[in-house]
Design a protein around this ligand. Sequence first.
Ligand code: CO8
Length: 259
Amino acid sequence: MAYRFLLLERFPDDGVALVRLNRPEVLNALSLELMEELVGALEELDADPGVRAIVLTGNERAFAAGADITQMADASVVRMVLVDQFQKWDRIKRIRKPLIAAVSGYALGGGCELAMSCDMIVASETARFGQPEINIGVMPGAGGTQRLTRAIGKARAMEMVLTGRMITAEEARLAGLVNRVVPVELYLDEALKLAREVAARPPLAVRLAKEAVLKAFELPLSAGLEFERKNFYLLFATEDQKEGMRAFLEKRPPVWKGQ
Ligand code: CO8
């Protein structure tokens, strides 16, 4: 499928796919059309058995500078409700394969929220994260008040959301928002490397483990532990569990089937 606002690359030998946001002239502002393509591409990759991890990136200057302000400036409440752009974001939440954001430059507003919708974030030293919506008369709407608060705690999230202040990549790492920070020339390679590491693991175990970690955001501890236990038991129905444990005992590398 041809995309107008995305570039898609596959690395079939590694089971990794790379999706690049591609509206560089507006710092990858997340227009409705771009989001439609993005969600479609992610769902297609999610359904592709040859893909086991997905990297989402922008370019060196910007991961994404937020929702497209030109599309929202004159919007009415009725239009916003009818367009219901957030159901696209709900679909991103349902992607089962690991999603890794490779962030360089600006990740602001919806851009920061998109990075936080991913499972892990690799940042370049030049990355800047922020929720600047307050400066244009609104507030985060695609998860910023919830995911940022869970990731970095109330005090820091409150300051970012109420002042619109951006934080550096290093601040984001120290706060627990990003996994690692590397020089700008390495951030994409580092994200692809992390994706390859995950893609080399047994896919069903990866899928159920991701699902269980995400439940930690939704469930109280006892229900979360119950959920985890059921997914753990479920993996004993897989060939990969037998193979993984047998390979360990036979002191050889496992061969995963994804079954
Ligand atoms: N929307 C539309 N156009 C944008 C956006 C944006 N979010 N960000 C940048 N652009 C455009 C600029 O208008 C400019 O276009 P032009 O060349 O035609 O004038 C071009 O990109 C380059 O930008 P600048 O000239 O401003 O570049 P600077 O290096 O001077 O500044 C900044 C970079 C600081 C990132 C600046 O562009 C900026 O502040 N951008 C807006 C950031 C922002 O407020 N983001 C939040 C948007 S609201 C939001 O995300 C709500 C999320 C909830 C809904 C999610 C649904 C998708």
